[in-house]
Design a protein around this ligand. Structure first.
Ligand SMILES: Nc1ncnc2c1ncn2[C@@H]1O[C@H](COP(=O)(O)OP(=O)(O)OP(=O)(O)O)[C@@H](O)[C@H]1O
Ligand SMILES: [Mg+2]
Length: 368
């Protein structure tokens, strides 16, 4: 790869679905001139994934498990980035910095009564040591310290990337949790609720697959209107932004609390409808006028979910590939972008999104 410039940043994230580590190489000349040059997703080693899933649920929280998972994930990220650079013939000295999100193992947004905290692991000391590249990490906690939710952080990046689309698009990222960016001045955004997390967990429990390929299983079931209505009554959906959530809230225990005698197949169909409705309904409640719904994240590969979104939303609904953007690497690229913001002394958060008092320079820098 030709790389005679100093605008290359690598971003990486292991999202709430824990399906793998996404890595993206971003060529960042200016905000309006940036390009994802290469990307990959690498599955997490099975034992590490099991540990991370365990840590993401409330239970016997153990500091040893947390500490070892932190360094193991950090080392895995470092080696994965080295392999990624080798396979694209890039040298470490060609990369300005890595922006590493890490793995969220707990996200407790602030409430009226408590300060809240958010915890991402994947030790950036390991990443800087193994790659020899300056690494920026721990992006969320400064926003929270400034009174924000610490999430979502991607809307300003979506704004920069899709500014040229014009005509009021909404970007929907369907990861484990779904989040939207409502482009405009100011850009707004929040987590709308479950994305794939419930679909995946239910699928794993009943048909022993990590996800419902193309949404085929859901498509064979019937939506249970009563169950759907009950689930949509959860106060999270009607609560006003700023808001963010995680799998410590939307998980199988939450779902099972509302189930009675539905068949597993009908539950999957209903969960798929829930994922589509929680976004489309919230946009309607907030009277957001949008001409395009641009979908990124793994959920865009769920054909049945995409059909339901297109049917329910008043806007033209497309996967982001329709706009020349690879929907698997977008979140990773966002953290490359955020690393550049930090290193150039620019703010990374959008107070209108997170609810922070003011813009802040995010993250901690681990020098090479
Ligand atoms: N072919 C497919 N059919 C159905 N679902 C799919 C398909 N491909 C991916 N998915 C879904 O996408 C999920 C992965 O999406 P993604 O990587 O965006 O989530 P994430 O890692 O949680 O992201 P985030 O960083 O936004 O939290 C899988 O767990 C699965 O549910
Ligand atoms: Mg993922």
């Amino acid at each position: 790869m030709k790389h005679a410039n100093s605008n290359f940043y690598i971003g990486c994230i292991s999202g709430t679905s824990m399906d793998g580590l996404d890595v993206a190489l971003l060529d960042l000349q200016t905000d309006s001139k940036m390009q994802i040059k290469a990307a990959t997703t690498v599955a997490l080693p099975a034992q590490l994934r099991t540990q991370l899933l365990q840590l993401a649920l409330t239970g016997d929280d153990d500091i040893d498990t947390l500490g070892y998972a932190d360094v193991t994930l950090g080392a895995f990220i470092g080696h994965t980035i080295n392999d990624f650079m080798t396979s694209h013939s890039i040298r470490s000295q060609d990369i300005v910095a890595i922006g590493s999100h890490g793995q969220t193992v707990r996200h407790r947004p602030p409430t009226e009564k408590t300060a809240g905290f958010t915890l991402q692991i994947g030790d950036a000391n390991q990443i800087a040591e193994i790659t020899g590249i300056t690494t920026v990490a721990d992006f969320r906690r400064r926003d929270m310290a400034a009174g924000g939710q610490g999430a979502p952080l991607v809307p300003p990046f979506h704004q920069a990337l899709f500014a040229a689309v014009g005509a009021m698009p909404v970007i929907l990222n369907i990861g484990g949790i779904s989040n939207i960016s409502i482009l405009g001045k100011p850009t707004r955004g929040f987590d709308t609720g479950p994305g794939n997390c419930l679909l995946d967990s239910w699928c794993e429990e009943h048909i022993h697959k990590p996800y419902d390929e193309g949404g085929q299983w859901a498509q064979q079931g019937q939506v249970d209107d009563h169950l759907l209505h009950t689930l949509l009554q959860d106060p999270y959906f009607a609560s006003p932004p700023p808001k963010s959530t995680g799998r410590e809230y939307f998980n199988l225990a939450w779902l099972k609390h509302h189930l009675n005698s539905q068949t597993p197949n009908d539950v999957q169909a209903t969960l798929c409808e829930l994922t589509a409705r929680c976004t489309v309904d919230t946009l309607a409640q907030l009277s957001v006028e949008y001409s395009h719904l641009i979908v990124c994240g793994g959920g865009r590969c769920n054909d049945y979910l995409m059909q339901r979104l297109a049917a329910l939303s008043p806007a033209q609904t497309d996967a982001c590939e329709a706009f020349g953007v690879d929907g698997d690497s977008l979140e990773a690229a966002a953290f490359a972008w955020l690393a550049q913001r930090t290193l150039t002394g620019k703010s990374g958060n959008a107070p209108a999104v997170t609810g922070a008092m003011q813009e802040r320079i995010l993250g901690a820098i681990y020098h090479k």
